[in-house]
Design a protein around this ligand. Structure first.
Ligand SMILES: [Zn+2]
Ligand SMILES: [Zn+2]
Length: 142
């Protein structure tokens, strides 16, 4: 099965009609580790689809988030980025290069939360801030 067919199937599985724009948006999000924002997705895809509008990107993203296909990640300055990765993971933001990295989580429940049994958890965002390996190396090389 080719990649486009897999993307189509995933959309259908979430009750979303697989239009060209939706397929392209999800395909791009699955292919990148960059956690792009809407503008970046727009810039990237408008090269292939000249008639594309930023509104259609926002609409597709909103739909995907609502149906649980992708995740919305809030970082500083109210910037929203999008993540197409399916596996549970944490995010690490480097304050030097501004990159957002995925970190694998080993444990089932890494957080010991009291009162956890009183709430129903629907979503999880683990967000760490620091300096990445590359930037540490750059600093020590100076
Ligand atoms: Zn860095
Ligand atoms: Zn991620």
């Amino acid at each position: 099965m080719d990649n486009t067919q897999m993307i189509k199937d995933e959309l259908i599985k979430h009750n979303i009609k697989p239009s060209l724009i939706r397929i392209k948006v999800l395909e791009y999000l699955k292919s990148t580790k960059e956690h792009p924002n809407a503008e970046k997705i727009f810039k990237k895809l408008s090269k292939d689809i000249p008639t594309l509008s930023i509104t259609s990107i926002y609409n597709a993203l909103k739909l995907f988030v609502g149906k649980g296909v992708i995740k919305e990640i809030m970082i500083q300055e109210e910037e929203i980025r999008y993540d197409g990765a399916n596996e549970r993971h944490a995010h690490f933001k480097c304050i030097k290069c501004n990159k957002l990295y995925d970190l694998k989580l080993k444990c089932r429940s890494c957080l010991e939360v009291t009162d956890l049994n009183k709430v129903k958890i629907l979503d999880e965002h683990i967000y760490l801030v620091g300096i990445c390996k590359k930037c540490i190396k750059k600093e020590t090389d100076l």
